[in-house]
Ligand binder design. Sequence first.
Ligand code: IPE
Ligand code: IPE
Ligand code: MG
Length: 249
Amino acid sequence: MDAEINIPRHIAIVMDGNGRWAKARKRPRFMGHKKGVEIVREMVKTCSSLEVGYLSLFAFSSENWKRPEEEIKNIMGLFMMALDREAKALARNNVRLQIIGDLTQFSEKLQEKIKKVEALTAKSTGLQLIIAANYGGRWDVVEAARQLAIEVKAGTIEAESISEETLTNNLVTRDFPDPDLFIRTGGEKRISNFLIWQMAYAELYFTNVLWPDFDADELKKAIKDFSSRQRRFGKTGEQVVAEKAKEKR
Ligand code: IPE
Ligand code: IPE
Ligand code: MG
């Protein structure tokens, strides 16, 4: 990529469109999910080589339990298989994998597997891959609020001390910076309860490309678009330009 391209530190993606991809090929939805897993591998490779720090992928939302039982079973099966198959390669490639979400709803076997893979890659210092499974942004905020309430009740913190920072520090994403670039494939223009709190200032990028067709070039297109944006965080454009010029001096 061009030298002036600004690589986002954290990219968050809603991987949507697997079902429609399969339907267009007259294949079962499952085939779309299967191809989707292959795309995850390609994204991890590309983000590693571009030196993206964090890649968060929405794999299964807290709302996806509403899907037909058969599809849920298929998705869980794929998840297990992918963890089995990819764990060693992730560790070898210095990628750290962490799963966020309410994992208590998953089978014991899957929970154990998750712990094992996380431990296996815990020492990796390269790309941090964050898979959101049974994750919901509102769930995350509610859990953080509950935790703070417990601490107030126990007397370990004062209610008055609760701030954006203390809430942020109680989210499951507490160890990661906020996403800089949010991508949603599949044509829908919504967040679907992904990292709602954390994305307050993310740059949003929507594409009609379905997830199984999203490739390294599509990702680079999104990064290029991100790079062309002026992130003002409430300031004026002139202030931002002046600050950049000062940094360069
Ligand atoms: C995203 O693809 C994957 C999951 C939600 C697990 P979809 O399965 O939502 O695909 P579409 O939106 O039906 O095409
Ligand atoms: C969002 O996709 C969740 C994941 C990609 C895991 P959905 O396809 O479930 O989103 P909605 O229901 O169309 O908003
Ligand atoms: Mg969808």
